[in-house]
Design a protein around this ligand. Structure first.
Ligand code: 4AZ
Length: 270
């Protein structure tokens, strides 16, 4: 059983092979299709390319994670993507492009990381990265401040693997996934009690096929909120593999942490 958030807390590139070795199993359900050679054709898994400018708040982080622009100087990501709280000038954030190789990309270094207090690999999977200079040309993604939008259909996006065990993506992929209730997600057919109901929210199809995957961690899960504006309801956190049957993606439930995130943001200068 792969709790990927533990595996990706160090350099993603070097760990990918180890993670795959640890998690590949003959019992793993195949994604929804295969090509003539038996390779999965589902590709975010089950996604399509996002259009340039469609999700302006999307951030790619140099340790191999995603994030969302919370304010001009702060990126909201997963705690398991960072090493702890303190001065940190080693992370590069790439913003403003769907194509990571685009000459139009904006790159900014970090200057501080705030990891959720009490984070120990089980829940509380959120962190803020402060940018060394503000990015004022891109829209931010507001976070959900109550549970109103913690249901329905969500959008997931990122540059993570398009198949379980596959490579990171040059172009941002996006997909839609339905909400899965805590009781369903924690049923014996799915995660059998491993999901923390207060902290975490599940999304995906029981049949599998569409999901976030390795390298999408830290990125936002979002939906339409008040007045048609997008609102962040989740942070890509973990799952058993990618897009497997009865293994929805598990996301940090942003609404549960919204006050703590806002307080932390204020303490970092907004
Ligand atoms: C990861 O390692 C990861 N299928 C993210 C999401 C999921 C699995 C792994 C959920 O970044």
């Amino acid at each position: 059983m792969a709790r990927w958030r533990i595996l990706v807390s160090v350099a993603v590139a070097t760990l990918t092979a180890a993670a795959m070795g640890a998690t590949a199993s003959p019992a793993a359900a195949a994604p929804t299709g295969s090509d003539d050679f038996g390779a999965p054709t589902t590709n975010v898994v089950g996604g399509t390319r996002a259009a340039q400018g469609e999700f302006p708040f999307m951030v790619r982080l140099s340790m191999g994670c995603g994030g969302a622009l919370y304010s001009s100087k702060l990126v909201l990501t997963a705690a398991h993507c960072v090493n702890g709280t303190g001065t940190n000038t080693s992370i590069t954030a790439t913003l403003g492009v769907v194509d990571l190789n685009s000459s139009s990309k904006i790159t900014v270094k970090s200057n501080y990381v705030y990891r959720a207090p009490g984070y120990n690999g089980n829940g509380k999977d959120w962190a803020l990265i402060r940018l060394a200079s503000p990015v004022t040309t891109l829209a931010t993604l507001p976070i959900a401040t109550n549970s109103t939008y913690d249901t329905g259909t969500f959008t997931i996006a990122g540059w993570g693997a398009a198949t379980e065990g596959g490579g990171q993506q040059r172009y941002m992929l996006k997909a839609s996934v339905p909400f899965v209730s805590d009781s369903t997600c924690n049923s014996s057919a799915m995660y059998g009690g491993e999901v923390i109901p207060t902290d975490e929210i599940c999304a995906g199809y029981a049949a599998g096929g569409t999901d976030t995957c390795q390298g999408d961690s830290g990125g936002p899960m979002f939906r339409t909120g008040a007045n048609g504006a997008l609102v962040q309801v989740g942070i890509v956190s973990w799952g058993d593999g990618c897009a497997r049957r009865n293994k929805p993606g598990v996301y940090t439930q942003v609404s549960y942490f919204s006050s703590a995130i806002a307080s932390a943001a204020a303490s970092l200068g907004g």
